[in-house]
Write a protein that binds this ligand. Structure first.
Ligand code: GAR
Length: 332
């Protein structure tokens, strides 16, 4: 229609569902909650749970219309308490757990259920000062800065990958309390930002390309070379290598971030696209010569499977001396 504006199709990425665990004030939980109320927030808080039924943060969450769950840990075996907390989190259909001043150590079993999906905020510049009394220890050590870290939770206490940090200057005369109060300002900035970035990684082309690059360059005699302005991966020498994969970030109006790899035949390509349209697409130009697009920006993408496709595509174009080596390794 003349004069009518064309509105680009909206990207309807569902918001990540977060359960927040607290033991006390819950000021970090409040920072996450109000950040989630911004119109472009990529996450929502679906549950606030506590091991202390009198934790002030529970009342705040309830007043804001968030579901809450409280179960005192006293008198319950650790595993029993944790199982009930986890059941509430599962019932809320949470995708991620954000620990926000949750002062209970979590068992290895629960940590493994939530591997890569449980974050914690810790009031020190990790790897310095894991555990308790972080501010007092930083002051006693004569450090110029304290600070805060957000990290992934792994079995070892406060030792998972650090996702973000802010340093906070220690002032003359600071006590653990005065420093803690200033670090909290930094905490409230850091946690919402890191959580938002973390849950958005699956739609972030830089993150997706980094994962592809790691897998592609782990294959023998590979290098990266851009092709028509997009990153690609080749096997063989710099001079005469052949492409086995192309990274395509929303090419030619396609909404996907994809990885193009070689299929065995046009029949295979058409079949994949027809039967699994959520995972595969036929790319412009390359599709005509049997390359299929693997959709990377979708929930539940299986990176082992992406790695298998890369290897298969590598085998399809690698020189025989390399594929022979690979076959021999397989038989071994
Ligand atoms: C925060 O300073 C947080 O970093 C810390 O507890 C406080 C909770 O405050 N967490 C830990 O020490 C974890 N080991 P809040 O309840 O107001 O968010």
């Amino acid at each position: 229609m003349p004069g009518r504006r064309t509105i680009p199709p909206e990207r309807t990425v569902p918001r990540a569902r977060i359960a927040v665990l607290i033991s006390g004030t819950g000021s970090n939980m409040a920072a996450l909650l109000y950040a989630s109320r911004l119109s472009d927030a990529p996450f929502e808080i679906v549950l606030v749970a506590s091991n202390d039924p009198s934790a002030p943060g529970l009342a705040l969450a309830a007043a804001e219309g968030i579901a809450t769950f409280a179960l005192a840990h006293k008198g319950l075996p650790r595993a029993e308490h944790e199982a009930q907390m986890e059941a509430a989190i599962l019932a809320a259909d949470a995708d991620y757990i954000a620990l926000a001043g949750y002062m209970r150590v979590i068992t290895a079993e629960t940590v493994s259920h939530w591997s890569g999906r449980m974050l914690n905020i810790h009031p020190s510049l990790l790897p310095k000062y894991t555990g308790l009394d972080t501010h007092a220890r930083a002051i006693a050590a004569g450090d110029s800065h304290g600070g805060v870290s957000v990290h992934l939770v792994t079995e070892e206490l406060d030792a998972g990958e650090v996702l973000g940090q802010i340093a906070v200057a220690i002032q003359p005369g600071d006590t653990a309390d005065t420093l803690a109060r200033r670090v909290l300002f930094a905490e409230h900035q850091l946690y919402p930002r890191v959580l938002a970035d973390y849950v958005s990684r699956g739609n972030n082309p830089e993150h997706l390309l980094a994962r592809v690059r790691e897998l592609a360059l782990a294959l023998p005699e590979t290098h990266e070379r851009s092709s028509h302005g997009s990153p690609g991966f080749r096997v063989g020498s710099e001079k005469s290598g052949k492409f086995f994969a192309h990274f395509a970030d929303q090419h030619h109006g396609v909404e996907h971030i994809g990885l193009l790899v070689k299929t065995g035949s046009m029949d295979e390509l058409e079949n994949l696209v027809e039967t699994q349209p959520q995972a595969y697409y036929k790319p412009a130009y390359y599709g005509a010569s049997g390359w299929v697009g693997l959709i990377l920006n979708r929930p539940g993408v299986d990176w082992n499977h992406i790695g298998e496709w890369l290897e298969r595509s590598w085998r399809a174009v690698a020189p025989p001396r390399l594929t022979k080596l690979m076959n021999a390794a397989d038989d071994f």
